[in-house]
Design a protein around this ligand. Structure first.
Ligand code: RTP
Ligand code: MG
Length: 159
């Protein structure tokens, strides 16, 4: 049995358009993902349409930053990953850092957002914030990915 069998968890990561336009930063983030013990389960490169971005960020509709968030997320290609690790949701959120990159109290300087984020909106990466959100977000970008099947057989991948 895999050493991860008890606690392996999935999360959805997004490398946002500003990060994808910076090859150095994108490579750096990839290395951080591997160095911190995550596995790449699935990867998809795409360019979101306005309606897709608005749907993905539907919980923020009506907020003052919603339009600029949608404009930002559709401004160039993004890369989405399903990542696996023990405690993946929390560990990835810790690695990416807090939302507000301009406030040191929130954006830890050595976090991904602290290092590469450009503003509170253009904060370069995304991570699911709960198991329910991870499920919804994985289904959004990877509709053919069967989470139950993967969880049931995951140890075969990590022997
Ligand atoms: P994410 O969902 O992208 O991982 O970020 P989060 O949970 O840390 O932040 P959330 O509150 O869910 O906001 C979603 C995204 O909206 C943009 N944002 N801009 N004050 C602002 O200008 C502002 N606040 C949020 C960011 O791109 C944030 O990641
Ligand atoms: Mg969020």
């Amino acid at each position: 049995m895999s050493r991860h069998a008890k606690t392996l968890e999935l999360t959805l990561a997004i490398l946002k358009p500003d990060l994808m336009s910076n090859i150095f930063a994108a490579q750096n983030v990839r290395q951080r993902i591997l160095k911190n013990g995550f596995y790449f389960v699935k990867t998809r490169n795409l360019h979101l349409t306005t309606s897709e971005a608005a749907q993905f960020y539907g919980e923020h509709e009506g907020k003052f930053f919603f339009n600029r968030l949608v404009t930002y997320m559709t401004s160039g290609p993004i890369r989405t990953h399903i990542l696996a690790r023990d405690n993946a949701i929390k560990q990835w959120r810790m690695l990416l850092g807090a939302t507000k990159v301009n406030k040191t109290v929130y954006a830890e300087p050595d976090s991904i957002r602290g290092e590469f984020g450009l503003s509170d909106t253009r904060n370069c990466v995304h991570g699911s914030d709960s198991p329910a959100t991870a499920r919804r977000e994985i289904n959004f970008f990877f509709p053919d990915f069967n989470i139950e099947m993967w969880m049931a057989t995951k140890q075969n991948f990590f022997l």
